[in-house]
Design a binder for this molecule. Structure first.
Ligand SMILES: [Zn+2]
Length: 80
């Protein structure tokens, strides 16, 4: 059985990917991608926003250029 969290997509993201990533962030069923600055830079639970160039934190400091492929098809995410 393959792990759905092993596969990743890399920025730049296309428009559809950006839209799905932001939908993922809004979905309360999933843990959102959050700032790499953690407790130092950002308060807890500050979520990244997806852009074509990758994730960017509202703090403007931290970014991330990849996401898990499964964010593009969340029907594959199952609770265990
Ligand atoms: Zn931040």
């Amino acid at each position: 059985m393959s792990d759905i969290w092993e596969s990743k997509i890399q920025a730049p993201f296309n428009e559809e990917q950006v839209q799905k990533l932001n939908e993922y962030q809004q979905n309360k069923s999933f843990h959102p991608y959050t700032c790499g600055g953690g407790y130092g830079c950002c308060k807890r639970d500050i979520s990244y926003a997806a852009t074509k160039d990758g994730w960017i934190c509202p703090c403007g400091v931290y970014t991330q250029n990849w996401a898990h492929t499964v964010t593009q098809d969340t029907s594959k995410i199952k609770c265990v």
